[in-house]
Structures are given as structure tokens and as C-alpha cells.
Design a protein around this ligand. Structure first.
Ligand code: PGA
Ligand code: ZN
Length: 435
């Protein structure tokens, strides 16, 4: 029998975890295999990300995606039907060429992301293997270290804190399952503390507790308390990871901490973060400076990069070229990988591979606007990224992903290799303990 070809491509509007419209693509192959891709959506986006196509106007806040769906039906489907679903690189190149703009603004990064993921899922379904296995081939699969949000601030919580994510990692965990158990204890301890203080106000966009604090540092102190309340030792059983998402409150080397009503320059912000690194068991900091502040990133990485993972998210926007530049200029030592920042699976994979070649930590990440789609877990395992970030420990668009990782770990059984703390670049380079 000849190899299956792409038979049809449908597009439909679905709704994301914030109740906003997003794009779903569904690809069917001639052998009956079907794959679905859903576009997530960010709230604290980098300016160099692939552009989302939204209808604008007043309906649904201007966020409807009818034009993006039309592009899939009228242009993308005719271009792909009859083609080879197993040539992901060729298919993705085709999508990018068809768009024809450097930012993917014409057909939309959201349309391309959904179609690219749908093709990948259809190909794996046709081979009758789980997506992670399809991606890993005969190579080893690596179960990632999860970083999990406890408090969610910034653009995900009405800017109640300036720092966007207060997360934990479980350094002693021997498996993904164990890391989740540690997290569950801390998440609920943090919730209990907030309730006792009369500060329980529900959860932020990624499921972390709504951060009703009077300073950013109070969130860190409460996190420490939650770790202890869970009967765990801060730094040993649970370490801290932050996403500062500084592009949201800084530009031109100046940073405005709205919660604390003060403004810092580049040096002031660096001083504050370096001080936090000395006083709290922090192992990783994402976007400590704004996307336009290469100098801030460079100085910060020089100061703490031997001990601390410095992740570029808005800075690197899942671009292989920008990762290469960052490795050369030493502005970061890790890269966040989001398929919809790049616009296609192949470009995201290229950024991940470039990161690995540069000795960077590589973290596959969800967005704050998510769906029930669990593809990113498979990407993290199949690409051997080593780390996974999908938000907090509540809301089913998040839990669906953690739970999927548990299933994969169980499937692998004794062959499961858990990345653990070795996934952090600082630990690879330094003989000192990271804490
Ligand atoms: P997002 O942010 O709201 O753009 O998805 C997530 C992040 O900054 O990592
Ligand atoms: Zn980020």
C-alpha cells in the first residue's frame, strides 16, 4: 500500500482557557488517521513573536479568528492537500512561504501553529505511535523536570505583583510523579496560608493563587513559608524559579515596579535580583530584564549564570537565530520554547536544537491562554528538552498536561529517564551545588 497523503484540512473556532476564541485545525489522511492542533495564546508576549491573526472590531473584544480560519480553508488547505504528512519540515516551510511575511502576520501565527501541530498529530496517529515516540524515533526519551507555578502575577493577575511567576522545582524528586507530589503539598500549603491571612482571592490565569501581596518579596517569603508548612526544606526539597517577565514593566533600561511604587534602573533591578538569589533558594530566573535590554541580560548572566539558569523568553522568542546570538553574546544560558512564538513545529524544534548545541537549558512551555491540548508534553519528551513549564497546579488546561506526562512516564516504566536537576545548565557547567 502506498504511503498516506493529506486528504483534508478543516478549521474551526474553539475557545481557550480565558474564554477567548482560538484556532483549531483538523487534518485527515488518506488512511483515516486524524490529527488536531490548537493554537494557545499569550498575554505577556514578546514583540518579535509570530503575529496572531485576530479580526479586530468590537465583537468579542476584537479577538475573533474568522479571518485566520478563512486563510486555512481558502489558502492553506488547497496547498497541503495531496501532500506528504510525514515531511514536517517541508510542510512547515510551505506554510511559512505561503504566508510570505517575516512575522507570519498575513495568514497568522495562530493559524500556522494549529495546522503545523495538526499535521504532526496526524502523522503520529497514522504510524500508530504516541506523539513523543514518533518524535524521539528510536532515540531515548527524556522525562522533563517540571517547574510549577504557586503564585501567578503580572499580566496574568491584573499586575497584582510585578514578577509574573513564582514557581517551584523539586530538586530531590526522582521522577515526574514525585515532583508533582511535592508540588501538590506546597500548592495546598500556600492556599491554606492565603486563606488564614484573609488573602484567598481565587487563582490567576495559569492556576496559581491570586497574589494578594504588598511587595514582590512578600510573595517569595510566603513561598518559603508554604514549603516549610508542607514539611519540606527550602532549597533541598523545593527550590524557587521565577519568571520576572520584565518586558511587561520595563523599557529602555528603566523598570517600574507598580506594586511597590518605585522605579529602578538596570543596575537597581540587577541588584534586587542578585540579592534575592543570595537570600532565597532560587535556581532559575526567566526574563529578568526586558526584551530590549541585552545589556541587562548580559551583565546578569555574567554575575549569576554559573549558578542560576537565566532563561530568555521574550528575549529569544523561540528563534534559532536569536538563540545563536544569545550564546555568542552570553545574554542567557537557557531558552523557553513555545511553538506559537515561532509559528511552526519545525522552527520551534530548530530553536530547541540550537539551544542544546549551545549548552543552554531548554524548557518547553505552555501559554497563559491554553486549551486541553497536551501536545507540548509530547514535544518536551520527544525532543528531550529536559524541562517543562505549563503553569500551576489547578485548572484542567494545566492538569491535563501534568497528567499526560504521568501517563508517558508510566508507559516508559523502568526505561523512563527523568531529567531532574541535570536539565539546568548551571549544574552542568559548575561542580558547585546550585544552591
Ligand atoms: P504568556 O506568558 O502570557 O505570554 O503566555 C507566559 C510566559 O511569560 O512565560
Ligand atoms: Zn515568560
Amino acid at each position: 500500500m502506498s504511503d498516506p497523503v493529506i486528504q483534508s484540512l478543516r478549521a474551526r473556532r474553539i475557545w481557550d482557557s480565558r474564554g477567548r476564541p482560538t484556532v483549531e485545525a483538523e487534518m485527515a489522511l488518506s488512511d483515516g488517521a486524524v490529527g488536531r492542533g490548537m493554537a494557545p495564546a499569550g498575554a505577556s508576549r514578546g514583540t518579535r513573536e509570530a503575529v496572531e491573526k485576530r479580526d479586530g472590531g468590537s465583537r468579542l473584544g476584537g479577538l475573533d479568528v474568522q479571518d485566520a480560519l478563512k486563510g486555512i480553508r481558502a489558502e492553506i488547505a488547497p496547498a497541503l492537500i495531496g501532500g506528504d504528512p510525514f515531511d514536517q519540515a517541508g510542510l512547515d516551510r510551505r506554510l511559512v512561504a505561503l504566508d510570505g511575511t517575516p512575522t507570519l502576520a498575513r495568514l497568522g501565527g495562530n493559524a500556522l501553529t494549529a495546522v503545523s501541530l495538526a499535521a504532526l498529530q496526524a502523522a503520529a496517529a497514522s504510524r500508530k505511535v504516541p506523539l513523543w515516540r514518533y518524535l524521539a524515533g528510536d532515540g531515548p526519551a527524556l522525562i522533563p523536570l517540571p517547574e510549577i507555578q504557586i503564585f501567578g502575577g503580572g499580566a496574568h493577575a491584573g499586575r497584582r505583583t510585578d514578577v509574573q511567576d513564582f514557581m517551584i522545582v523539586a530538586p530531590k524528586a526522582k521522577s515526574f510523579a514525585e515532583a508533582l507530589e511535592t508540588t501538590a503539598e506546597i500548592y495546598h500549603a500556600a492556599g491554606a496560608i492565603m486563606a488564614e491571612r484573609g488573602l484567598a482571592q481565587g487563582v490567576a490565569d495559569e492556576g496559581g493563587w491570586w497574589p494578594a501581596f504588598s511587595s514582590n518579596e512578600q510573595a517569595l517569603d510566603t513561598l518559603m513559608l508554604a514549603i516549610e508548612r508542607a514539611g519540606l526544606s527550602p532549597g533541598e526539597d523545593a527550590a524557587i524559579s521565577l519568571d520576572v517577565a520584565a518586558s511587561e514593566f520595563g523599557r529602555g533600561g528603566r523598570y517600574r515596579l507598580g506594586l511597590e511604587k518605585r522605579e529602578l534602573d538596570r543596575d537597581g533591578l540587577a541588584e534586587m535580583l542578585i540579592d534575592w538569589c543570595a537570600r532565597y533558594p532560587i535556581v532559575s530566573i526567566e526574563d529578568p530584564f526586558a526584551e530590549d535590554d541585552n545589556e541587562g541580560f548580559r551583565r546578569f548572566t555574567a554575575a549569576v549564570g554559573d549558578r542560576i539558569q537565566v532563561i530568555g523568553d521574550d528575549l529569544l522568542v523561540t528563534s534559532a537565530g536569536r538563540v545563536r546570538e544569545a550564546a555568542r553574546e552570553r545574554t542567557a544560558n537557557a531558552v523557553l520554547i513555545k511553538v506559537n512564538q515561532a509559528g511552526t513545529v519545525s522552527d520551534a524544534r530548530a530553536a530547541c536544537e540550537e539551544g542544546r548545541r549551545s549548552g543552554f537549558g531548554t524548557i518547553v512551555s505552555a501559554r497563559s491562554g491554553e486549551t486541553e491540548d497536551t501536545s507540548i508534553v509530547h514535544l518536551a519528551v520527544g525532543w528531550g528538552a529536559g524541562q517543562l513549564k505549563v503553569g500551576s497546579f489547578s485548572r484542567s488546561e494545566r492538569m491535563a498536561k501534568w497528567n499526560e506526562a504521568l501517563r508517558i512516564e508510566e508507559t516508559l516504566g523502568h526505561k523512563a529517564r527523568f531529567a531532574g536537576m541535570d536539565a539546568l545548565p548551571a549544574r552542568r557547567r559548575s561542580s558547585k551545588r546550585a544552591l
